[in-house]
Write a protein that binds this ligand. Structure first.
Ligand SMILES: NC(=O)c1ccc[n+]([C@@H]2O[C@H](COP(=O)([O-])OP(=O)(O)OC[C@H]3O[C@@H](n4cnc5c(N)ncnc54)[C@H](OP(=O)(O)O)[C@@H]3O)[C@@H](O)[C@H]2O)c1
Length: 242
């Protein structure tokens, strides 16, 4: 299963489809929680939500100072987490990430030497990778390299998602850029029982919008948290950033 899936879901294996992957480990976010909130309303109406779904240490880092996720991958897998990720990924119509995350996936899923794995793991879900550089493209994969203001590209992501959700994979500053443009709807976190003391921050912004807590759940040693950014304040932020 794709390692990226395991990022939060904490454990992808190798070789399965991401949906299986999803099934395999990760999911830090309780699917049930998604369905108990306004999210369910939007999903029922096929309204796209832009969601930051990830795993972090207790002290708020998504990777250690060496950009390693070994601390996460080493944790025991939970079967319920797999099911949750499967439910989450079933609603994903587009994936977005920065170049560090992309390169981590390339390295750990050996996608350049085995490009077919991209389709096996991610199906036809299109990716957008933000970078100022010429990064290697996975042959045959639906990956678009972009740069600059996420607000310019977001409409393309919305169109491609076709009513499904946009998964902001990370990292934290890129997600912050979406926040700057008022484009983040949900934050779905899995808190791993680890202190890293430093590394890549969860989200490098002060968010002034109200974060409405919509779910708290324990999954073995993980704590699963779901937040919805207040719609009214989100619009205000969008106005300010325009
Ligand atoms: N715990 C988890 O579940 C989880 C989830 C996701 C990621 N991760 C890990 O967390 C770490 C995140 O790394 P990171 O903080 O460096 O974040 P990142 O977002 O993956 O990469 C940041 C880089 O993306 C490029 N970029 C960002 N915004 C851009 C823009 N608007 N236009 C053009 N390029 C842009 C820049 O690089 P260039 O322009 O130089 O290319 C920037 O240095 C990685 O190690 C990743 O594997 C963990």
């Amino acid at each position: 299963m794709p390692m990226i899936a395991s990022l939060d879901r904490s454990s992808l294996g190798t070789g399965t489809t991401i949906r299986a992957v999803a099934a395999t480990a990760r999911s830090v976010v309780p699917a049930g929680l998604l369905c108990r909130t306004a999210l369910a309303v939007c999903q029922a109406r096929h309204m796209t939500r832009t969601q930051y779904y990830t795993a972090m240490s207790i002290d708020g880092f998504i990777a250690d100072p060496d950009n390693s996720l070994d601390w996460l991958l080493a944790l025991p897998r939970s079967s319920t987490r797999s099911a949750r990720f499967t439910a989450f990924f079933a609603e994903v119509g587009a994936m977005v990430m920065g170049s560090t995350t992309y390169q981590w996936i390339l390295d750990h899923e050996v996608l350049l030497s085995d490009p077919e794995r991209w389709h096996q793991d991610y199906g036809h879900t299109p990716w957008w990778v933000f970078t100022h550089r010429d990064l290697p493209q996975v042959p045959g994969a639906g990956i678009t390299f972009v740069r600059g203001d996420p607000g310019v590209v977001h409409p393309q992501m919305l169109a491609a998602a076709r009513g499904n959700n946009i998964w902001l994979v990370g990292g934290g500053d890129l997600v912050g850029q979406f926040v700057d443009r008022g484009l983040l709807d949900d934050v779905l976190l899995g808190v791993a029982p680890v202190f890293l003391g430093g590394g890549a921050p969860l989200l490098a912004r002060r968010i002034t919008q109200h974060l409405r807590l919509t779910g708290v759940e324990r999954d073995d040693e993980f704590v699963l948290l779901s937040y919805v950014l207040d719609e009214h304040n989100r619009l205000l932020t969008a106005d300010r950033s325009a």
